[in-house]
Ligand binder design. Sequence first.
Ligand code: NAD
Ligand code: MG
Length: 410
Amino acid sequence: MKKIAILGSTGSIGTQTLEVVRANPDCQVVALAAGSNVVKMEEQIREFHPLVVGMWTEEAAADLRVRIADLDVKVVSGMEGLLEIAAVPQSQVLVTAIVGMIGIKPTIAAIEAGKDIALANKETLVTAGHIIMPLARECGAAILPVDSEHSAIFQSLSMEGRTPIEGSTHIEGSTPTKQTCVEKVLKKQNSIEKILLTASGGPFRGRTRQQLEDIQVEDALRHPNWSMGPKITIDSSTLVNKGLEVMEAKWLFGVGLDKIEVVVHPQSIIHSAVQYTDGAIIAQMGTPDMKLPIQYALFYPERRYLSGKRVDLFELGQLTFEKPDTDTFPGLALAYRAAEAGGSMPTVYNAANEKAVALFLKRKIPYLGITELIGKAMDHHHLIANPTVEDILAVEQQTYEYMQEGLSCK
Ligand code: NAD
Ligand code: MG
């Protein structure tokens, strides 16, 4: 029986994870956490019977306790609740399907408690990869990517007959030593020539900056291929999502930024690829469906049956590729700049984007203001070279405040 806990169970990844659980009777949910949707949480509790659940506010938790008074389920709240759920003794894997840097501390707690991580929450690695990856190596925890591109890279690396991400008793049936884990990482770095990180290009691919001036919230929420939460959908349209994924890939696969190339591939069939030092390119293809990477992360190294539409190459006819237009979509260039600066700069990039997207969704700033504000926040920041988790969270807060002040001055 595979026992899992999910942070963000009511969201896009969270609910799709539960669909995967539903189709795999040997998978059991032992803990769930969500923000404020008590109605959905109640439904999930009644269907999946977790032992403990968390809501972010105490008010929502209190409401939930009343709703499920007939059941024997512990309800917790706040960061303490998230930490308890992340490290719940009965689980083997934590699915981090929460949005934002709030995922950092629970991920650390889970790794320290010996859990493997099915990682959807990219912000954790973007901002704290320098803390998370060494810790996972030290604790023998596997970080299994859920993000479709990273899962594709992971699958392409697994095709090479090697286990790309260290740790875990799931890999090769025994717990590797710290040293063998490090060796595996080094070997892998030597045989990767390039990671080809694919991007759909979003709904505004091919447009000029002038054409982007009047973009409304509804336009940006229409992704051509993927159905996702609102924040990541906006991020896909600005290419900031790809920027975050470049940083995520850097940490996950231990490669330099010069080895990560973004390739615009509008059909979203090749989910990413690895080019090896002998010139071979190994890619993973499939219909755009997050359930595949979720299921692959949960049952790795086993590949299981998944229902759904298959890619029909004849129907598809052709696959096309383009270079990203970083002049029209500066979000990607800013990400490389943040990643090159390193330290606390990726935190500023991420926090400024979060705030800017929230402001755009509230119709307080124009669409092009999103990347403009990220650039301004980065210019204003004094870099911390090797930030602790507390530094990261403080920089996040300072960035939010800086952006709020800038807005009130207008
Ligand atoms: P979403 O907005 O649909 O869901 C977020 C979930 O987190 C919800 O259940 C919400 O209740 C919960 N949450 C928010 N704040 C919380 C808090 N303070 N405490 C507890 N729970 C809280 O988001 P999503 O699209 O599912 O994305 C989740 C993460 O996965 C993000 O980091 C995103 O970048 C990443 N991701 C998503 C997709 C996708 O297809 N949706 C693909 C790749 C990566
Ligand atoms: Mg992705």
